[in-house]
Design a protein around this ligand. Sequence first.
Ligand code: PLP
Length: 230
Amino acid sequence: MTIKNNIVRYTQNLPPGCALIAVSKTQPIEKIQEAYDAGQHAFGENKAQEMARKYEQLPRDIQWHMIGHLQTNKVKYIAPFVHLIHSVDSLKLLTEIDKQARKNNRIISCLLQVHIAEEETKFGFSAEEVQELLKNEAMQSLDHIRISGLMGMATFTENMDQVRKEFRSLNQLFATLKNQPLPKQVVMQELSMGMSSDYAIAIEEGSTMVRIGTSIFGERNYAAASSTQQ
Ligand SMILES: *Cc1c(COP(=O)(O)O)cnc(C)c1O
């Protein structure tokens, strides 16, 4: 399958209301251009500098999605152009995004990353922490961000019942938030969940954005990607 065929296949098969984010991390410019020429204009990256470099080299109407853990000192590299940051996992990061968005005279859209997997990871809020964040006084002064939904990653497992359960729990939090009073910059519209291995289940459980890398571009070559960077 060529990249073009993969893009066409996904865009034809995703239900209306579910967007395709082509995850292009580690992939060379030529492959991204190939996907772009097939009509794909939304790409996901997980490193700020790699995204900024690709932004410089590729067409300006690409929507760049940050899907990986973002350090506060890296926000400045992507603040001028990033379309959506899926991986907001602290008030500190949100505050920095607001500051950099203000400097660039724009409003940056964000998703709150929620930890739904069984695996131990440092990243992502619990459901309780999301509620605490949304009630935090400090939110009120952040007027250059917009929180437009939630993002989550399921456990890396063959057990699809577990994956489904985790996606369902994220959708339940999403529904709960939708039905409660929220700060003025928050509107629950997007539910970013599903990758190559589990996107079909994610869609059944309410995903509005799937993040697909390997099944579009093939396996990632991390060694080649890091040797051509910086
Ligand atoms: C790499 C990555 C993806 C894409 O994973 P594939 O298995 O290649 O589809 C999706 N989401 C996040 C957060 C990622 O880091």
